[in-house]
Design a protein around this ligand. Structure first.
Ligand SMILES: Cc1cc2nc3c(=O)[nH]c(=O)nc-3n(C[C@H](O)[C@H](O)[C@H](O)COP(=O)(O)OP(=O)(O)OC[C@H]3O[C@@H](n4cnc5c(N)ncnc54)[C@H](O)[C@@H]3O)c2cc1C
Length: 401
């Protein structure tokens, strides 16, 4: 019994759970031993089935073909989809597209919506978000060298970015670029929507993550912009509003990520328990008979449950009072849940012994790719500083003084 489960959630969750278990998880083996691109025809067939079931783009309002869920409800769905690395993609609510959909939904002009948002919502194209640069600390993105200089009815874009997730095969990029270097730091940059076919744009490489280069949607690219001409009509929101728009993208985004982390941790715990029962040290002595393993199972259960309540409480607060009111909780969940995930995955791998470090289970994939959970969307230390600053303020001490 979960106090956050509404009637709507109770009616759709069993359908989503069985779809993930019966249709999506069976594809994982081929993904782990092949490429994302090779799997795409089968993933797209599953996408059609999701549409037929009326579960497509669950995060969107009903008027846009979604399920009209609250952030809390979508968080619960996100946990369920997070049980497989392919879950969100099959339902078309995968990062970074989900963040871009929300951004375009709120701030795009009608023409921009028609050209970029509508095909994205229908799942016909993909997109990416390009802000971080190799030469500057991404934790403080007000420092960046990419520029967009206005010339007539175009912007001329020049710069170098990396970790532009899913750029490989994306139809457009939302690019953060300095439009006014003289402005106050948080008003220097703007967001531009740039088609990937723009002359002067190069995808330099997909960056290897712990040895895994990935491909297509499942990749992180280094990219370059050399005199790319972007129509001024592709400016998203106002000039200088880039950081304000980025903030809009981050609040709900952290709920999505954290609930996905919880889905991963649940699956890891499930794998841990099943293996602990089935692997025998001696006749009648499964791994589960050892106290150390029992402790890991109990600790994982407690940590996952604590994380879920923290995140859903935060999502509920955002639904009722907005992201600004929950700023401190958003920072708290981001580092707490990312660390919880790492602990649970590590224990699950340990229980699996040598099997745990192979790609014969999904655990090693997540261990490789989700180490970054403590880095992207703000490293742990940045979020801990936000929390500590707020706590210490209530004791009359400002850490910035
Ligand atoms: C898998 C993955 C996907 C990503 N996807 C995207 C994407 O799609 N688009 C995009 O634009 N970017 C993306 N990023 C980039 C991400 O946003 C940055 O990595 C992140 O903001 C941190 O910036 P940095 O890597 O430059 O680390 P830096 O800012 O150089 O920080 C390095 C380390 O210093 C420490 N540190 C930083 N600030 C502080 C502080 N204030 N106090 C104490 N310690 C601190 C932290 O330990 C941090 O890990 C992605 C990154 C990864 C790993």
């Amino acid at each position: 019994m979960n106090i956050f489960h509404t009637d709507r959630i109770k009616s759709i969750l069993p359908q989503i759970r069985s779809f993930v278990a019966e249709e999506i998880i069976p594809l994982e083996k081929d993904y782990l031993h092949g490429t994302f691109r090779a799997l795409e025809p089968r993933l797209h067939a599953l996408r059609s089935k999701v549409k037929e079931k009326g579960l497509w783009t669950p995060h969107l309002p009903e008027s846009d073909g979604g399920l009209g869920l609250t952030l809390t409800e979508f968080g619960i769905v996100s946990e369920e989809l997070g049980r497989s690395p392919l879950g969100h993609y099959v339902f078309n609510c995968q990062a970074p597209d989900i963040g871009n959909m929300e951004l375009l939904h709120q701030f795009a002009t009608e023409a921009q919506k028609h050209t970029f948002l509508e095909p994205l919502m229908r799942g016909e194209i993909r997109s990416c978000f390009s802000m971080t640069e190799p030469e500057f600390a991404g934790s403080n993105p007000v420092n960046m060298a990419t520029t967009a200089v206005r010339e007539g009815d175009e912007y001329i874009l020049n710069g170098h970015k990396w970790f532009t997730s899913s750029a490989d095969g994306a139809s457009f990029l939302v690019v953060m670029a300095v439009t006014n270097p003289e402005a106050a730091p948080h008003k220097r940059a703007s967001m531009l929507i740039m088609p990937a076919t723009t002359e002067g744009y190069t995808l330099v490489r997909n960056i290897k993550i712990m040895g895994d280069e990935g491909d297509s949607y499942a990749s992180h690219a280094e990219v370059r912009f050399e005199n790319c001409r972007v129509p001024a009509a592709n400016l998203l929101g106002n000039e200088g509003a880039g950081f304000a728009l980025a903030q809009h993208r981050l609040g709900p985004g952290r709920i999505h990520h954290c609930m996905r982390f919880i889905g991963i941790a649940e699956r890891a715990l499930e794998l841990m328990c099943r293996y602990a029962i089935s692997r025998h040290l001696a006749p009648g002595k499964p791994l589960a008979s050892r106290q150390s393993i029992q402790m890991w199972i109990a600790e994982s259960r407690a940590e996952i449950d604590a994380a879920r309540y923290m995140v859903l409480h935060t999502a509920d607060g955002i639904d009722k009072n907005g992201a600004q009111a929950m700023k401190e909780s958003i920072s708290t969940i981001k580092f707490f849940v990312a660390n919880m995930l790492q602990h649970v995955l590590d224990r699950a791998i340990q229980v699996h012994g040598a099997l745990g470090v192979t790609d014969d289970t999904v655990l090693a994939y997540w261990y490789r790719h989700e180490r970054a959970a403590r880095i992207y969307d703000g490293p742990d230390e940045v979020h801990k500083t936000v929390l500590a600053r707020n706590i210490l303020k209530s004791y009359g001490y400002d850490i910035e003084q």
